[in-house]
Write a new protein. Sequence first.
Length: 229
Amino acid sequence: MKNYKDLSLGEIVANDFRTALVFKNVGIDFCCGGKKSLQEACDEKGLKIDEIANELLELQVQPANSSQNFNSWDLGFLADYIVNTHHKYVLKNLPELVFYTQKIASVHGGHHPELLEVADLFSKINEELRQHLQKEEEILFPAIKLALITPSLETTKTIASEIERMSTEHEFAGGAMDKINELTHGYTIPEDACNTYTVSLKLLQQFEDDLHVHVHLENNILYPKAMNL
């Protein structure tokens, strides 16, 4: 437990990705909140650190999946993985979720006014993430790959300035999804929900789960290592 107390949430998940599920199950934010210590996160949620630490320790005696050891990957390979896995997922699902959230807001907004705010929030997420992904793919990730081959002061400055901006945008997207989670009571499906309403909430939950992993890989692994180039 001493080891866990000395590490940030981001470091814990970076060292063993299986711990992400432990944090997810108790509602601890390990991506945008990755700089917090385990103690700080437990205090905020009213959780007992001994119980969480014991769950984390139990994972150490179980065989780890080497394919998920993102922390050991080459930075260029990790950047490509993020694009091919998470960026593609986001770009595929953004238009569907914009349509669905607006649809259920127009149909069910009278009885569920929170859906109007959900639709508005997701519309902003859609606009923000499209620009965010484009800047990563066209500016930040190429700069990281270039720095791996021929480091220069100019490339270093580009990486630092872009990471600062990207991190701020992560905070916005993560905070907006947290608010949607709160508004929908953890994506709880109400009794009067139609099929579209049900599908919308399930897709939103999947989107948030993917975003947590996506942001974790960048905030807690790719960005810190890129800053050290």
